[in-house]
Design a protein around this ligand. Structure first.
Ligand code: HEC
Length: 142
């Protein structure tokens, strides 16, 4: 989200600079300043709204297919040194995925799977795992 708006922001600035050599150089400075401020406000508005992505459980389930190889399809890992994810708090899972993605947390098996996750992927996956039963039971078995 921030990234998208940053791109829009820099694109806006580039357009302003480019236009400066053409017709836009005849635009009043006040007008240009307004565009600049508009870009700025878009940037800060998105920064505030950043953690308001809506989780999509169904998308999370689909995206978790590959994760299931290590963390179990039901979020319960079979290999003893791999962590369970089922029932984990959404916020914690999000933070860990962001930490792996940024390289702040490193693990040879896990890092490659977090590297290309988008913010939306992270929210969907975290919400999906939070929705699973930590005892590894499906809804019917409860
Ligand atoms: C090749 C095996 C493998 C795959 C595939 C994998 N992981 Fe992991 N994951 C691990 C291992 C191993 C750890 C523990 C890392 C450590 O010890 O720091 C881990 C840790 C995590 C953690 C941190 C758990 C905690 O309690 O701190 C999360 C969250 C996570 N993985 C989510 C995912 C998601 C989501 C996917 C799919 C996009 C995924 N993993 C795919 C092996 C894997």
């Amino acid at each position: 989200m921030i990234k998208n708006n940053l791109q829009m922001f820099t694109r806006g600035v580039k357009v302003l600079i480019k236009q400066d050599s053409g017709i836009a150089s005849k635009l009043p400075l006040r007008f240009k300043a307004k565009i600049f401020l508009l870009c700025l406000s878009m940037l800060s508005a998105s920064a505030c709204a950043d953690n308001k992505l809506t989780p999509n459980l169904e998308a999370g389930k689909q995206k978790s297919a590959i994760c299931g190889q290590c963390h179990g399809i039901d979020g319960i890992a079979i290999i003893p040194i791999y962590p369970n994810l089922a029932g984990q708090k959404q916020g914690y899972t999000e933070l860990q995925l962001m930490a792996f993605r940024s390289g702040q947390r490193i693990n040879a098996a896990m890092t490659p799977h977090a590297r290309n996750l988008t913010d939306q992927d992270i929210v969907d996956l975290a919400a999906y795992y939070a929705s699973l039963d930590p005892r590894g039971k499906t809804k019917d078995e409860k």
